[in-house]
Design a protein around this ligand. Sequence first.
Ligand SMILES: CC(C)=CCC/C(C)=C/CC/C(C)=C/CC/C(C)=C/[C@@H]1[C@@H](COP(=O)(O)OP(=O)(O)O)[C@]1(C)CC/C=C(\C)CC/C=C(\C)CCC=C(C)C
Length: 400
Amino acid sequence: MQATSLKWSAFPEVFAISIRQKKAATSRFVRQQQPSRICCQATGALAQDDYPGVLTGLSGTGRLGMSPSEQRVFDVVLKQAAVVNRRIQENQRLNEDVKPESVVPSDPLDLLNEAYLRCCEVCEEYAKTFYLGTLLMTPDRRKAIWAIYVWCRRTDELVDGPNAPHITPSALDRWEQRLEDIFEGKPYDMLDAALADTVSKFPIDIQPFRDMIDGMRMDLVKARYENFDELYLYCYYVAGTVGLMSVPVMGIAPVSNASTESVFNAALALGIANQLTNILRDVGEDARRGRIYLPRDELAQFGISESDVFSGRVTDKWRAFMKNQIKRARMFFDISEQGVGELDKDSRWPVWASLTLYRQILDSIEANDYNNFTKRAYVGKWKKFLSLPVAYVRAIAPPP
Ligand SMILES: CC(C)=CCC/C(C)=C/CC/C(C)=C/CC/C(C)=C/[C@@H]1[C@@H](COP(=O)(O)OP(=O)(O)O)[C@]1(C)CC/C=C(\C)CC/C=C(\C)CCC=C(C)C
């Protein structure tokens, strides 16, 4: 495919992204109608015993003992689960066996076809492994995931892309207005049109999208995190939201007995785990941009100052600090693993694949003797390649 460049007319100053070139619900969710059982993620401490909520996983303890950030996020999780549960009830009332209908009408000139094709190309270009995983999903689902991916990528590029220095809060306000328009069925461009179509077909709520934009706002003004609670909120904004956006599309296995809330909770945990891993991998790179995405109080507990982070020396204190951070990221991966098997069977492979690959980055940081200042932790091609069949085997196992 040939490389072309697509400028966004609405945001010419923001960035250009390079591209190589109804029915009611589309997912069938069968839920156990029982009170929500959500884990709370006690964010302050690091020892396993100090995480009363985290390790209870899918049968956790609700609001009790939650930090302010957790409560904020917990409310969004409940709202997302309610949206999905409402759709299930509607479907049951209609007594329909709802089957996904092709989101692409048969008209060969249809712009929607083209819109999804572009989303597909962006996804293939920027996230090859993940793109391969999506090919296993049903056509409707993969198109929807591509559309969500593209919106997330564009949002992230606003603060991380080449035009990031020119981004102002008002540009983000305009981006949010555009989001509202998408949800009202008034897309601004082709890529927006794909998302507008997606959100009209799947029970997806706007809140995680708004929250991701809030995360970008946060990134514009904030370069330090006092404690893990602050960092947790940031991770939710920029990555936990992705999990919440994805579950309504991926669907929950009809044979699953887990509550909708617990599956959303696992998805949230996977986003947090991925973002924490990203942060730990990129400490040196971020420091060179004057940023430290590490809890300041925990650095202090280990006798590490800001200037130590900027000087980038791997000391025993640093190794000890990093061990704890890696342990926390792994806990979030562990929670998320409990939810993957509950997803619809066609959706599990890309999730297992991305989970396995991201998790291995933590191993690679350890293998680099915790030098995340000058050595980039990465998963080699062969390891990546081998992870795919392993993920596949896990994906075909029935829900626990
Ligand atoms: C199947 C699957 C993995 C679906 C998610 C697809 C999707 C919509 C991805 C959007 C990713 C994106 C562009 C997010 C923007 C913000 C951002 C950059 C977040 C970081 C991702 C990695 O980014 P980057 O490309 O910069 O990384 P590299 O430097 O190239 O390594 C994040 C770290 C967050 C990504 C978060 C997720 C993919 C959430 C995953 C959770 C689910 C899919 C839910 C699964 C469900 C259960 C029940 C566990």
